[in-house]
Design a protein around this ligand. Sequence first.
Ligand code: ADP
Length: 226
Amino acid sequence: MINFSNVTMVYRSGCEALKNIDLSIARGEFAFVIGPSGSGKSTMIKLIMKEEEPTGGELFVNGQDIRDIHRYETPYFRRKIGVVFQDFKLLKNKTAYQNVAFALRMTNTKPRQIRKMVPQLLSVVGLLDKSNEYPAEMSGGEQQRVALARAIAHNPDLLIADEPTGNLDPDTSLEIMNLIYKINQMGTTVLVATHDKTIVDAFRQRVIVLHDGRVVRDVPEGRYGV
Ligand code: ADP
């Protein structure tokens, strides 16, 4: 699904954010990426989404060499990757329903199909009863559920969650992670960048540790600490 081969990323500033990364994440896998601030987690995500190009090595995502994806193909490539963020990034002037519907409309999904799919997606995240509420009327956990419904709207091969529980209390964090786990169980490869020790220790999945741009630990069924 994701294959880093001797990947290096040096920003124009000269900052070496990733150094000789060798890493494979198989289809269907669930992996946490942890590491201190500045260790390269976001850069890794940006490379996977082709928001930045590696300055060295080879990166394959979903069977494609990232360098071979042309500019005009990038939106189609990204459609197969769902993303959620710490700050949810919902459209504030749209309801839960409209936020999900908007993502589908952007890809020319037919209105009839959208009317069928949105309730199904909101139902997967347990939020059907809040369809008509605006982000400001929802709790953080509910907003993250909407963001997850939107992220899986195009049935992505890969779900990337960048600090998904960063703004949530411990109980809500666990609920959101259970949902992400459920999405993984339905067949989507999942990559979660996090600082949340409790979550990592509770789920016992693969843990990839970055430090200063290098992978310093990569263990199955790992914990946050050594
Ligand atoms: P993390 O997500 O683990 O906090 P980042 O990938 O954001 O780490 O950052 C890794 C390193 O790359 C840091 O030293 C950071 O300052 C640098 N960096 C990140 N983005 C840029 C950028 N756009 N331009 C220059 N340097 C950057």
